[in-house]
Design a protein around this ligand. Structure first.
Ligand SMILES: *Cc1c(COP(=O)(O)O)cnc(C)c1O
Length: 496
């Protein structure tokens, strides 16, 4: 097993190299040279195992250059009852007959990003050690909220790493800001920038690709790496929970081994749903992968027409982690669907960079419509859906998850398909208390902690300890810089 680049099939690196580098030098994303197969015997055996053991099984198929002891070290440090508030790590809740919510938000920051970012630091440092890079790894993150906090929690106090997070000063929720500015750990830095998320993202990219800065880091014994979902080390951990869920459903007698399921995913950067596609290609019986978008419905249009066109208004919605017009991980899917034709990928993504638009071939369109169903809904429909789920099933879900439930209901009406279905639930409702309370017809007044308290009263759910505990935490990071000065902040924080 080795990894090649979506923009150059001739690239041949180990998983440790792919993870430490993050992105290929040609601008392509790393993909595995083959998709390992799992059998129904494997599934039955996995049903008896813990989440960490299931992760060990899946990783050993992809990280073939790691020893078993190395993988064990990574999974045991990540997936334990200390970091997650449930032994099961990913919790499976019944919504209604044959429909299950896969709750991926029981980690320290209450969003599904924890599933990958709790393990990525261990995968990264192990990858660096294996190559004798002998360098401290510096992670730079631009965040619109969820990724920054999840990365901070993952990397805090991890040896030989340092993490610096930039967020738009006025572009994150009060709770998200509190989560980041109170971050503990001796190797972390958090800085607001005067500007929006794009400014933060562009600033980080400019630092990342500047050779002079890379030289300066190199001389100081450091190197940059990436913690966002273009890194294979973030994608592989997401395959685990789809395989684990299938094994659990079989073990619980909810489905028979071999029976197909649907998977519904609220989608932004296309990372989470792509992991579902990989699980399917490995042998998990999946009928449809259902891609749910909010008003930023570029993927809905793409999957139904084969035309990707980002030239459209950007909407700020109540499901902000899906407010995205360029879904980077789509490049990996298209590479597989077009027969791993790197020239074709260079052409399409060249067009995307130049004009914001490309159209895939009829053959790829056909494959897309066989594998995927896509739908979208706006904020009003999302809120209505939160209210209906609460009334009908006494289940409180967050705004992102509600988009998935609504699109699934539309799918079921349109097709009559009653295949058992797993819906990815990507955030705790407490992370978006204001929007959820308003959807439930409650008044939205007070600060972020008042809202969390009100939502707890209304829903009967316990406030996650990590959010409740923020109230008394000291604010550690108050600095704001101009986007031009991000570089100086980085030098100062690294002491170089
Ligand atoms: C990041 C995120 C998403 C989107 O996931 P992708 O992998 O980018 O498609 C959905 N919901 C929540 C809560 C998120 O934080």
């Amino acid at each position: 097993m080795y990894y090649k680049s979506t923009r150059n099939s001739g690239v041949n690196v180990t998983s440790a190299q792919a993870i430490a580098q993050g992105i290929s030098k040609d601008g392509g994303l790393f993909v595995p040279s083959e998709l390992p197969k799992i059998t129904m015997e494997d599934i039955t055996a996995l049903g008896e195992k813990s989440y960490a053991e299931r992760a060990l099984f899946v990783f050993s198929k992809y990280l073939t250059d790691f020893t078993e002891a190395e993988i064990r070290y990574c999974v045991e440090n990540a997936y334990n009852g200390k970091n997650f508030d449930t032994e099961n790590i990913a919790e499976l809740a019944h919504l209604f007959d044959g429909t299950y919510m896969l709750e991926l938000w029981h980690g320290p920051t209450c969003a599904f990003k924890d599933m990958a970012l709790q393990i990525l630091p261990f995968l990264l440092t192990t990858s660096a050690k294996k190559q004798n890079l002998g360098k401290k790894i510096v992670i730079l993150v631009a965040t619109s909220g969820d990724t920054g906090k999840a990365a901070l929690e993952g990397f805090k106090d991890v040896e030989d790493t340092q993490i610096l997070v930039f967020y738009p000063r006025d572009g994150v929720s009060a709770m998200q800001k509190k989560q980041m500015t109170t971050q503990e750990g001796s190797n972390v830095g958090v800085c607001a920038i005067e500007g929006n998320f794009d400014d933060a993202q562009n600033g980080v990219k400019a630092i990342f690709t500047n050779e002079e800065i890379a030289d300066r880091l190199d001389k100081a014994g450091m190197m940059f790496s990436s913690a966002n979902s273009i890194n294979w080390g973030r994608l592989a951990p997401q395959i685990v929970y789809y395989i684990s869920t299938y094994a659990q459903l079989v073990k619980d007698g909810e489905i028979k081994a071999g029976e197909k399921i649907n998977i519904v995913v609220p989608t932004g950067n296309f990372g989470n749903i792509l992991a579902g596609y990989y699980a399917k290609k490995m042998g998990i019986p999946v009928n449809k992968l259902i891609c749910a978008s909010n008003a930023n419905n570029v993927l809905t249009d793409f999957i139904s027409t084969g035309i990707y066109d980002r030239n459209r208004p950007f909407h700020t919605t109540i499901s902000p982690s899906m407010d995205i017009l360029i879904s980077s991980n789509l490049e990996r899917l298209l590479y597989h669907l077009c027969g791993e034709d790197d020239a074709q990928i260079r052409e399409w993504f060249g067009k995307l960079a130049e004009t914001g638009r490309y159209e895939v071939t009829d053959e790829v369109k056909k494959l897309l419509s066989e594998e995927f169903y896509a739908g979208c809904c706006d904020d009003a429909e999302t809120k209505k859906c939160i209210g209906e789920i609460f009334d009908k099933y006494s289940y409180t879900c967050d705004t992102h998850t509600a988009v998935a439930v609504k699109v699934y209901e539309d799918y079921r009406k349109a097709t009559g398909d009653t295949t058992r279905t797993v819906i990815a639930s990507t955030a705790s409702p407490f992370k978006f208390s204001g929007s959820v309370l308003s959807a439930l017809g409650e008044e939205v007044t007070g600060d972020e902690f008042d809202l969390v308290g009100k939502l707890s009263d209304k829903s009967g759910m316990t406030i996650p300890a990590s959010l409740a505990g923020l109230k008394d935490k000291e604010i550690r990071f108050t600095q704001t810089v101009d986007k031009q000065n991000m570089k100086d902040y980085v030098f100062k924080a690294l002491g170089i």
